[in-house]
Each structure stands twice: as C-alpha cells, then as structure tokens.
Design a protein. Structure first.
Length: 436
C-alpha cells in the first residue's frame, strides 16, 4: 500500500499526519526514540507473519497487544518501514558522539533488513549471497572444493583403519559421546565453569539466571530463548548423540559469555540505562544476528584461551563423562581440523538454496565435505530450509568478530584486553559492516 498524497502532507497508517515541508528535527534524541518505538512495533508486526522472526522481546506488553490487534498486512508493514527509514535518514548525527552515530546506523540497517525480510515473505526470490547481504549486512565468502580437499587429506592421515573417511571418522567419534544419563551433569559443570570465567572480567546483572531444558525434534543443536530481566531458557536438542566438545561449545555459546550474557548486557546497558528501546526486541533475520552468533562463537576462545580448554576438559569433563582423559589431546587436534570444514556447510547451503542441487545431493555433499553422518546431515539441511542464509552468522561472524577484537589489541596473549574489547562489542550497536 502506497502512501496517499494530500497537498503538503503525507498520511501513513498509524503514524498520523506529518508536515513534510515544515517539520524540523528539534531533538535528535527525541526523534530517534520515536523512530525506535515504531521500529520495535514493526518487528513485532513481522513476527505475526513469521513465527521465527522475533527471537526475543521484553518491551512493554501493551505494544505487543497493540500490534496483535492492528493485524497489519505485509504490504502495509513494508510501506511503514520504508517511510520510517526515510524519516531516519533526515536525522542529522554528523556532529553527535559516536554512540549516537552508531545508533542511527544500527536502526538504518535493521530497518533495511526488515524490509528485505518482508519482501521475501511476500515471495521475492533472492540468491544466497544477496539474501545474506540484505538481511545480515555481510558478504559471505566463496570457497572451493579444493580447499576442503586439502583439509580432508590431513584428517585422512590422522585416522587410521579400514573403510571410507567418514566411516572411520564416525567410528572414532563414537568413543566421545556423552552418555545420556551423564549429560546434565556434564553440561551443568561446563556452564558453571564458563560462568565463573566470565564473571572474572564482566560484571553481570545481580538477578541474571537461566534454566536448562532438554528437547527433541529441532533443526538446531542448542538454543537460547531470552525472556528479559536477565533470564534465559537454554534448550539442548537430544535428537542425536552429543559429543564431549559440545558441552563447552553449548555452555559458552548459549550461556557465558555468549547469548545469555549478550542479551543481559544489552538489556542492562541499552534498554535500562540508555533507554534505547530498539534493543528490547531481537529480530532473528537481521544484522544483529551476525554480531550475536559471532560473539557467541568467539566467546568460547575468550573464555578458554590457548590450551586452557583442553586442560579443563581433560581434568574435569572427560572423567565426568566417563571418557578416557588421555585421548583428549588427539581428539582436539582432530576437532580443530574438522572445524575448518565449517564453510563447506555454507557452500552446501548456497548450492541448495540457489537450486543448484537436490536435497539428497546437499546431504551427500555435507557427508563428504563436513564428515557429518547421514542423520546429522539431514538435520542440517532442515536447518537450511528453515533458516536459509542464517548459516553465515556462525563462521563468518566468528571470523569478523575475532579479527575486529584482535585488531584492537584483544589477542590471546592479552586476556584482560581481549575481555575488555569483547564486552565493548557486546554493549555497542555496532554492525557487521562496522567490523570490517
């Protein structure tokens, strides 16, 4: 629905009548706050059409009720978002302090991403790369099969025995599954360790807490559902066997210093202290997700620099899970190599979502180039179907965040500086393109 012109005024549904010829921005702060409130309501409105879109919301319940009652159509949402984007462009922050400039940039990119998501919901077809750029403010790299073949050759040398590489790899990994009856104990210990390490460097809200749930029938392995007031529900998917490396990965990524800390600090610093209400809602398919996933993955390295993870797991988690501690070093050497195959998953998603391969071919490619067993590869393709180009946020996000923090002095040999820069990133409205 296009705005209707009436002389020198423009009428936009729910915005009222605005004098476009004479209105002047009297207060940047006031204008941005108005725009931010309207942005939040538009995100909630998209969520009425897309069940996956609103990952978290802890703003006024009246706003949610208002949105649910208004029942805006996708064309109306797109029209209002475009108008709001135009209004935001007229807010002059050229002389403002950096946080205000970053705030405007953040709202601009988030609104542009919202419009792109609405267009997709309305049927617009985008390539994998175009979708990633428009939704996440990032250009996913392209990698060749030859690059993955070189990594696979190194893995092949490390795993002796008969059978194909994936058969030998899966046979090797079977020795490192956390028994289901020990899963909660191991995962709880990993969370406690990650929390203790995080609290040494980051002051967490006094009321922060979480609940762990074990679930099934999901396309992901773990998820943090942030509920506001520094509280999260962390869900762990038990559809498939959980290997020992996933304990620290999930504890750090979903908990400390990952998603739980990220959301709690955003709420504390942005919403409560600065009164920037745009951070009371988290649209999943937006640039914010690359920062969220990138910091959550890099947070593992921040919490466990160098060989500290290996030593902790060898001394604590391996014995707790009933695994042989003497095998930990070899396991993590192999794990480090396999991790370098993660971008092969992006290449699979690109081919599949661009219609260049069938579902079965995508499964086969994942099996060959990421060494996933069939069941796990099929689960991953279901993730592609549900979340599409979102996959770039994990590995590209990790690389961008790591390089950004290290350029600012947060290297592994300077843990205090690394934590400082990590926290600064968690509590700023910086965008993926701002990490370049």
């Amino acid at each position: 629905m296009d705005p209707s012109e009436h002389g020198g005024y423009i009428f936009v549904p729910s915005f009222g009548i605005i004098d476009c010829g004479t209105t002047e921005i009297k207060s940047q702060h006031h204008s941005m706050n108005q725009i931010a409130e309207r942005y939040v309501k538009l995100v909630l409105a998209v969520g009425e059409h897309d069940a996956d879109y609103v990952d978290a919301y802890y703003g006024p319940e009246d706003w949610r009720n208002e949105v649910q009652a208004s029942k805006k159509t996708l064309p109306v949402i797109e029209t209002e978002a475009s108008f709001l984007l135009s209004k935001l462009g007229k807010v002059d922050t050229s002389l403002a302090e950096e946080p205000i400039q970053l705030r405007k940039q953040y709202l601009t990119k988030q609104l542009q991403s919202l419009i792109a998501r609405v267009e997709i919901l309305r049927g617009k077809k985008l390539s994998f790369d175009d979708e990633a750029k428009q939704l996440y403010d990032a250009d996913p790299p392209h990698q060749s099969e030859q690059q993955f073949d070189e990594i696979l050759r190194k893995i092949d040398i490390m795993i002796e025995g008969k059978g194909t590489l994936i058969q030998r790899y899966e046979g090797y990994r079977m020795k490192f599954i956390i028994p289901i009856e020990k899963l909660d104990k191991v995962f709880s210990a990993a969370i406690a360790e990650c929390r203790a390490r995080t609290k040494k460097y980051i002051e967490l809200p006094s009321v922060e807490s979480f609940k762990v749930e074990y679930v099934k029938n999901k396309s992901w392995s773990g998820y943090n559902w942030y509920k506001g007031n520094s509280y999260s529900i962390i869900q762990v998917n038990t559809d498939l066997p959980i290997y020992i490396d996933r304990a620290v990965d999930l504890a750090a990524h979903e908990g400390y210093p990952g998603h739980h800390v990220y959301n709690a600090l955003l709420e504390e610093t942005m919403v409560k202290n600065r009164k920037w209400v745009e951070f009371s809602v988290y649209p999943l398919f937006s640039p914010q997700s690359l920062i969220a996933e990138g910091t959550a993955n890099f947070g593992i390295e921040v919490a466990f620099p160098g060989k500290e993870r290996l030593e902790y797991e060898r001394q604590v988690l391996f014995p707790m899970a009933g695994l042989d501690p003497s095998s930990a070093e070899q396991y993590y050497k192999l794990f480090g190599l396999v991790s370098k195959l993660s971008f092969a998953g992006n290449e699979t998603a690109r081919r599949y979502l661009n219609g260049l391969c069938s579902k079965e071919e995508a499964v086969s490619w994942l099996m060959s180039y990421t060494l996933m067993p069939r069941e796990r590869a099929e689960q991953r393709v279901r993730f592609f179907e549900q979340y599409r180009s979102y996959v770039i946020n994990y590995n590209l996000g990790l690389d961008l965040v790591r390089h950004y923090i290290e350029r600012r002095g947060g290297t592994a040999d300077k843990p205090a500086k690394r934590w400082e820069e990590f926290k600064n990133l968690l509590t700023s409205p910086r965008l993926p393109s701002g990490l370049m």
